[in-house]
Design a protein around this ligand. Structure first.
Ligand code: HEM
Length: 134
C-alpha cells in the first residue's frame, strides 16, 4: 500500500525538498572551490586545509534549512556575527563571498522558487556579516 495514512501527511522542510544532505554538500563544496582560488578570501581562512571550514558551513546550512542539528551539537549556538568578528568582512569580502556562492547555487539546478529562496537568504546573511566599512 502506497497510500499515506490520514493525519500523517507532513510538510517537507526546505532541506528535504531540495534533496537533503547531498545537495548542501555539493553547494558548499563548489563554493569552497571558488574560495580556494580567491586572492582576497583564501588568506582569511586560518587553517591550511579548507576541509573543516567546508564541513562547518555545510552543517550550519543543513541545520538552518531544517535538516539535522549536528552543527549545534558540535559548535553550540551559531552566533555567526560574533564568529566572524576576528575577520575583516568589508564590502570586497562580501562581494567575493557572494560571487562564489552564486556560482555554487546556480550549479545546483534547483527550481526557480527554491533557487530564489536560497539566494535571498544568502544575500541577506552576507550583508549581515559585514563588520568593517569600506
Ligand atoms: C560575507 C562574507 C563572509 C566572509 C568573508 C566569511 C568568512 C569566514 C571565515 C574566514 C570563517 C572562518 C573559517 C572557519 O574556521 O570556519 C568563516 C566561518 C564561518 N562562516 Fe563565514 N564568511 C562570510 C559570510 C558568511 C555567511 C553569509 C554565512 C552563513 C550563511 C557564513 C557562515 C559561516 C559559518 C557557519 C562558519 C563556521 C562558524 C564556526 O562554527 O566556527 N559566513 N567565515
Amino acid at each position: 500500500m502506497n497510500e499515506i495514512p490520514r493525519g500523517t501527511l507532513q510538510e517537507q522542510t526546505f532541506y528535504e525538498q531540495v534533496g537533503g544532505e547531498q545537495t548542501f554538500r555539493r553547494l558548499v563544496h563548489r563554493f569552497y572551490q571558488g574560495v580556494a582560488e580567491d586572492p582576497l578570501l583564501r588568506p582569511m581562512y586560518p587553517e591550511e586545509d579548507l576541509g573543516p571550514a567546508e564541513e562547518r558551513l555545510a552543517l550550519f546550512l543543513m541545520q538552518y534549512w531544517g535538516g539535522p542539528r549536528t552543527y549545534s551539537d558540535r559548535r553550540g549556538h551559531p552566533r555567526l556575527r560574533m564568529r566572524h568578528a576576528p575577520f575583516v568582512v568589508d564590502r570586497a569580502a562580501h562581494d567575493a563571498w557572494l560571487r562564489h556562492m552564486r556560482v555554487a547555487v546556480e550549479e545546483l539546478g534547483l527550481s526557480e522558487e527554491h533557487e530564489r529562496q536560497l539566494w535571498d537568504y544568502m544575500t541577506y546573511a552576507a550583508a549581515s556579516m559585514v563588520n568593517t566599512a569600506g
